[in-house]
Design a protein around this ligand. Structure first.
Ligand code: PRT
Ligand code: ZN
Length: 302
């Protein structure tokens, strides 16, 4: 463990300063009960509710900050973490960080994309082609797995215009909606990595006070992630309708059933973990649910 971590009994989490992951990362940590003395413009936010501080940095710096022990945890795309991990391995450097928890936002995939007029017949077509990417380690690793010898052109940005500029024949880049590829007359043909934001940490275990703080944070994170799509569903129904209603709630934890008046009228409460769409509520109503109410869940402790 490096010198910078030895004397700290506070936990330090690196998140993106600005960009796609910045706001959702903050919101998620906020949902875990963390708060900071506001200093959005600075690099460092001092934790108030708990001794957990934030470092606001570029996403690409997060794995290295964990490796160097400058911070303990980080929220970063799996794509960045996997690229830097492979790069270290390919250069004979020992693994120093790892994915701890997938966080369910920042979803995208690293994909090969070819010009629209290519007819894709598989990886064999890539031999001796030039492929532009910002993810050379992941791409080289994939090409090696496929047994393909191709030319990897490393670019730090605007990869999607490389084929039009004649820098490459095809690209390997992140895709979410696919609109950027379409606008550049490219089409995705195969996925190398499915990605989302993850909580990353060191390979080595934490010790002392920071181990307790990390454990606390992971527990709260688990609760916050489970609560995110959970809703409390409440309704009343005749007893006879129950066999029609329960199959519509496959994602509900065993519902609480209360008798309302007489033996035949029941009130039900169910914690649902899937999405309660309008369609589902209408189906429930048709099956006999009355006075349907959907409530958000603030927190949950297992
Ligand atoms: O300044 P800093 O270095 O911190 O930020 P950055 O510019 O490197 O990163 P940023 O904020 O763009 O992305 C941060 C992380 O968000 C990435 O590492 C991914 O894990 C995740 N993410 C999710 C994405 C996308 N979706 C995404 N669509 N990152 C980039 N894109 C790009 C994509 O490459 C394409 O060029 O956005 C463009 C639009 O995508 P489409 O398919 O929706 O058109
Ligand atoms: Zn970046």
């Amino acid at each position: 463990m490096s010198a910078s971590t030895e004397s700290r009994d506070r936990l330090r989490i690196a998140i993106q300063k600005s960009g796609r992951l910045a706001d959702p990362a903050r919101a998620l940590l906020g949902a875990c009960g963390l708060s900071w003395r506001e200093s959005r413009d600075r690099l460092f936010c001092y934790g108030e509710a708990l001794p957990i501080d934030l470092l606001l940095v570029r996403d690409d710096d997060i794995p290295g900050l964990i490796a160097d022990g400058v911070c303990d945890l980080g929220i970063v795309g799996r794509n960045v973490l996997a690229e830097q991990d492979l790069d270290r391995r390919q250069n004979g450097v020992a693994p120093a960080f790892r994915e701890l928890v997938p966080l369910g936002f920042g979803g995208c995939r690293l994909a090969l994309a070819v010009p629209d007029d290519w007819e894709w017949r598989g990886a064999g077509q890539l031999a001796n082609r030039r492929i532009a990417t910002s993810y050379p380690a992941l791409l080289r690793n994939w090409l090696a797995e496929q047994g393909i010898d191709a030319d990897v052109v490393t670019l730090s940005g605007s990869v999607e215009i490389a084929p039009r500029l004649g820098q490459a024949d095809l690209i390997c880049d992140l895709v979410s909606s696919g609109a950027t590829l379409a606008a550049n007359q490219l089409k995705p043909v195969t996925t190398l990595l499915d990605s989302e934001a993850v909580l990353a940490g060191p390979v080595a275990e934490f010790e002392g006070e920071r181990a307790l703080l990390a454990e606390l944070l992971l527990r709260r994170l688990d609760g916050a992630l489970r609560t995110r799509h959970s809703r409390l569903l409440m309704f009343q129904a005749e007893r006879a309708a129950i066999p029609r209603l329960l199959p519509l709630l496959p994602d509900a934890e065993s519902p609480t059933v209360l008798q309302v008046d007489g033996a035949d009228r029941l009130a039900l409460q169910a914690l649902c973990h899937g999405r309660l769409t309008w369609q589902r509520l209408e189906d429930l109503k048709r099956a006999g649910a009355q006075g349907l109410m959907v409530l958000p869940v603030e927190s949950m402790l297992a």
